[in-house]
Design a binder for this molecule. Structure first.
Ligand code: GRF
Length: 204
């Protein structure tokens, strides 16, 4: 399954996927293309270093549908079947999402539905929660609200600031995301309404 990764920034999750592909932990998924909506970000350099084709599709100067059409054109040219949003800081509309129903996932640094949107670790600290974590979910047109595939909890300590909590969450995120991408590529994730079913999710 050819996977496209959409990014906007540092790209540590992209790096986790690149590393997993190198060591065979993504099979049968292969990383076909990386697209950033921002030029010059570290994620693009990571893709380049791994010889994965990388493109910039900027959102600022064009209408939303034009931006989404440009994204889709690059993805289609690389025969992409599934998409990972890995720190991609734009909300996508059904105009784009309808091409990839149940084949587009996002990783978010909180236990959704708590703390959607930007700065989730800072939101968690400000709220005083004792547990946060990472959520990987299918993408719909809502903000971080699509069906939940997998979650891992992470403790919040009294002396945490947002950066410390974000780092603790990301170390779990970097393990979980490649695992979920592999399961998606293996066809192990089925979505029934809001419920995502798959192997290893039953008590018995
Ligand atoms: C991650 O924490 C992800 O959950 C959120 O944005 C961050 C991206 O980090 N959506 P990176 O660019 O992968 O380092």
């Amino acid at each position: 399954m050819k996977v496209g990764v959409l990014v906007s920034g540092t790209g540590t999750n992209l790096q986790a996927l690149l590393d997993a592909e190198t060591t065979g932990r993504l099979e049968p998924a292969t990383l076909a293309v990386v697209i950033s909506n921002k030029p010059g970000v570290q994620a693009l350099a990571r893709a380049g270093a791994a010889n994965v084709p990388a493109f910039v599709v900027e959102h600022a100067a064009v209408a939303r549908e034009v931006f989404e059409d440009q994204l889709h054109a690059v993805l289609a040219a690389h025969h992409v079947e599934a998409i990972v949003l890995a720190g991609f800081m734009r909300v996508l509309t059904p105009h784009f999402l309808d091409h990839y129903r149940d084949r587009i996932i996002n990783t978010h640094p909180s236990l959704l539905p708590a703390f959607p949107g930007a700065n989730a670790a800072a939101q968690a600290i400000a709220h005083g929660v004792k547990i946060s974590g990472v959520t990987i979910h299918f993408v719909d047109a809502s903000l971080d609200g699509g069906p939940i595939i997998e979650q891992v909890a992470v403790p919040v300590f009294d002396d945490d600031d947002a950066a410390a909590l974000q780092a603790r969450i990301q170390s779990e995120e970097h393990k979980l995301l490649p695992d979920v991408v592999q399961r998606l590529a293996r066809g192990e994730l089925s979505c029934q309404g809001r419920k995502v079913r798959g192997p290893g999710r039953r008590a018995e």
